[in-house]
Design a protein around this ligand. Sequence first.
Ligand code: CA
Length: 231
Amino acid sequence: MKRPLALVVEDESNILRFVRANLRASGFEVVSATNGIDALEQFEKVKPDVIVLDIMLPKIDGLEVCRRIREGSDVPIVMITAKNDIQDAVEGLNAGGDDYITKPFAVDELLARINAVMRRAKANISHVQSDKIKIGKMVVDMTQRAVSVDDQTIHLTPTEFKVLNYLVNNLDKVVPHEELMLAIWGEDYRDCTHYLRVSIGRLRQKIEKDSSNPEYIVTCSGVGYMIRSKV
Ligand code: CA
């Protein structure tokens, strides 16, 4: 089997060496970059299977690198944040990161995050009831994993699609935060609802006419989210 290819972007050479050596020991091929511009060039060149991306980088920071990659790619991305600060983490997720890890981190934790984002990116969508569902002007094609609104194709990350898909599969039902966390992110993330909040925010930016006044994804305050069959 082909070894998965990881792009590691980090300007601190000791951390870069540490991550590179451990990923190689765990069966990855590794290419690296030490600034944001180099990261984007490497990304285009090698098309990695996963990216480990430090936020604080010279030239272009990791958040901007992540946003640019997300313009055309679903590649799983684990951000590295310097501070144990939820705001930093939320910015990373907002920029399109799938997960984050805080410095200093243990290699086991990094590998667990990498494996989790890769698994989520690959996992098939379960509970598919029918091919296409139309809700108002939105069409969700469960098997093609495609979404359009007003005939415009919407580009969603795998996580965003899974959140949308889960809500669509539970039409007209309020899905509690905890259920979504368990279904999409898994047991270890049960209490990390900021992941969900960020994904819902990004989904709304993409599918709603006015994301501050959403028609499709309705907030049921303090409980969860719902998509109604009639918009
Ligand atoms: Ca750095």
